[in-house]
Design a protein around this ligand. Structure first.
Ligand code: 5AD
Ligand code: SF4
Length: 442
C-alpha cells in the first residue's frame, strides 16, 4: 500500500490535523494523491459539531463504496471527531469502512492503515498526553501557516461535542511551537494562525498565551500573527497588553458569543454574562485601535424564547461585528443539552437564522463601506478565486481585499486604497508610491 487520498471536513483544527497526518504518512513512505481513483487508501478527516457535518460524510462514504466495489483491496478510513464520536459503531454500521481513528491516534496511522488492509481496525482511545509536539506537519502551500498550540477542551459547554471527541485540554510546549513557526517561516510562510479550542487558556506549565504571542512577535521574517478561537471568560489583561504591544499581532479577534441572553448563556454553561462579554469587547477596542471583531452565534438552543433571541439581535446591533458565523442549534448525542427537550422548531430556527443573517449582512456592508477611501495593508496571497486577473489577500482586520493584479508576489505586504466594498470584500487599487513596508525586526 502506497498512495493515500486524504479529504478534510470541518474546522481549521481539522485542516491542521490533516497536515499532521500527511507528515506522518510521508515520513513512513506513503505518498499523498489528490484523486481517490488513484489511491490505495482513502481517509476522511471528519467533524461532529453538527448533525449535518456527519451526514455529509456518510453521503461521501457512499461514493467510496462504489469505488471499493470495483477495487476490493481499497482501504477506507474515517478519522477525526466523527470517528471518535461514533467509534466502533461506525465500523458496525458501514460495510465500506476498514478503519476508524480518533484525534489522538494519528501517530499510528501508517501501522493502522497496514493492519486495516487485513481486518477492520478501530483506534479511538483518547490520550491526555498526546500533543504531537514533536511531529512536523506537511503544510499546504500558501502564505498562512496554521499551528495547533493546544488540543482538546475542558469547558464542556452543554451543546458541544468537542470535549468528548477531542478529550482534555493540553498545550504544546512553547519551545516546540517556536521551532514550528521558525520552520514555517523558513519555508516561506509569512503569517501564522495559532489554533486551539480555547486558545487563550494556553499554558505549557511555564508560559501562557501572552508569552507565546510575544515569542512569535520576536521571530524574524514573520509578518503577521493571528489566533482562533479565544474564550471570552479567559481574555485577561496580559493577552490584551500583548496584542496592543506586539506590532505583528493583527488587530483582529474572533470572540464567540453564542447568545446575548444571560439565561441562555447560563443554560449553555458559557461561564460569562453578557455584561462580562461587553466589558471584554470594550477593553479590547480601547487597547487595540481599528480592531476587527467577529463571532459565533447559535440560534434555537433549547428554551431560547423570542425575547432571548431579541436580546441577541439587539446586542449584535449594538456591538456591530465585522462578521459572524451563525448556526442553528443541533442536538449532539453525549452532550448535556442533548437531554433537554427541544423547544424551538426547525422552522423557527430557520426564521431566527435568516433574520440574524440579514441583520449582520447589513452591518457588515456598512462597516466595510466605512473603509472606502482609506488605505489598508494587504498580505498578498495570490490570484483572486473568481477573478484570477486580480490579486487577493487579507487586511490586518482579516478582511478579504481584492485589487488589480500588478505582479506583486504572494507573501508581500502591499498598500492598497479601498475604492469599493461589499458585505464580504473590500475592493482596492494598489497604492503606487509606497514600497512594501516591512515591520522592524525584534
Ligand atoms: N449546534 C450548533 N452549533 C454548534 N457549535 C458548536 N456546537 C454546536 C451545536 N451543537 C458552534 C458554536 C461554536 C462553533 C465552532 O460551532 O457556535 O463556536
Ligand atoms: Fe465546545 Fe465550548 Fe469547548 Fe468551544 S469552549 S470547543 S464551544 S465546549
Amino acid at each position: 500500500m502506497k498512495r493515500v487520498f486524504l479529504e478534510t471536513y470541518g474546522c481549521q483544527m481539522n485542516v491542521a490535523d490533516s497536515e499532521l497526518m500527511a507528515g506522518v504518512l510521508e515520513r513512513a513512505g506513503f505518498t499523498l494523491t489528490g484523486r481517490p481513483e488513484d489511491a490505495d487508501a482513502i481517509v476522511l478527516n471528519t467533524c461532529a459539531i453538527r448533525e449535518h457535518a456527519e451526514q455529509r460524510v456518510l453521503g461521501r462514504l457512499g461514493d467510496f463504496a462504489r469505488l471499493k466495489a470495483a477495487r476490493p483491496g481499497l482501504v477506507v478510513g474515517v478519522a477525526g471527531c466523527m470517528a471518535q464520536h461514533l467509534r466502533a459503531k461506525l465500523l458496525d454500521q458501514s460495510r465500506v469502512l476498514d478503519l476508524v481513528v480518533g484525534p489522538d491516534g494519528y501517530r499510528h496511522l501508517p501501522e493502522l492503515l497496514r493492519r486495516a488492509a487485513d481486518e477492520p481496525v478501530a483506534h479511538v482511545r483518547l490520550d491526555r498526553d498526546e500533543t504531537y509536539g514533536d511531529l512536523e506537519p506537511r503544510r499546504g502551500d500558501g502564505v498562512r501557516a496554521w499551528v495547533t498550540i493546544q488540543r482538546g477542551c475542558d469547558k464542556f459547554c452543554t451543546y458541544c461535542v468537542v470535549p468528548y471527541t477531542r478529550g482534555r485540554e493540553r498545550s504544546l510546549p512553547l519551545a516546540d511551537l517556536v521551532r514550528q513557526v521558525r520552520e514555517a517561516v523558513a519555508r516561506g510562510f509569512r503569517e501564522v494562525v495559532f489554533l486551539g479550542q480555547t486558545v487563550n487558556s494556553y499554558h505549557d506549565g511555564t508560559h501562557d498565551f501572552a508569552d507565546l504571542l510575544r515569542a512569535a512577535n520576536a521571530l524574524e521574517g514573520l509578518l503577521r500573527i493571528r489566533y482562533t478561537s479565544p474564550h471570552p471568560a479567559d481574555v485577561g489583561e496580559r493577552l490584551i497588553a500583548a496584542m496592543a504591544e506586539c506590532p505583528r499581532v493583527c488587530p483582529q479577534v474572533h470572540l464567540p458569543l453564542q447568545s446575548a441572553s444571560d439565561r441562555v448563556l447560563e443554560a449553555m454553561r458559557r461561564t460569562y454574562t453578557l455584561d462580562h462579554y461587553r466589558g471584554v469587547v470594550k477593553r479590547l477596542r480601547d487597547a487595540i485601535p481599528g480592531l476587527g471583531l467577529s463571532t459565533d452565534i447559535i440560534v434555537g438552543f433549547p428554551g431560547e424564547t423570542e425575547e432571548d433571541f431579541e436580546r441577541t439581535c439587539d446586542y449584535m446591533a449594538e456591538v456591530r461585528y465585522d462578521s459572524a458565523f451563525l448556526f442553528k442549534y443541533s442536538a449532539r448525542p453525549d452532550t448535556r443539552a442533548h437531554r433537554l427537550p427541544e423547544t424551538v422548531s426547525e422552522e423557527e430556527k430557520g426564521r431566527r437564522l435568516t433574520r440574524l443573517i440579514d441583520q449582520q449582512q447589513a452591518i457588515s456592508a456598512e462597516i466595510n463601506a466605512e473603509w472606502i477611501g482609506r488605505e489598508v495593508e494587504v498580505l498578498v496571497e495570490g490570484p483572486a478565486r473568481r477573478t484570477p486577473e486580480q490579486l487577493t489577500g487579507k487586511s490586518p482586520q482579516f478582511k478579504t481585499v481584492v485589487f488589480p493584479g500588478d505582479g506583486t508576489r504572494p507573501g508581500t505586504l502591499r498598500r492598497v486604497r479601498v475604492v469599493g466594498a461589499t458585505s464580504q470584500t473590500l475592493l482596492g487599487a494598489a497604492v503606487v508610491a509606497a514600497a512594501p513596508r516591512l515591520l522592524p525586526i525584534g
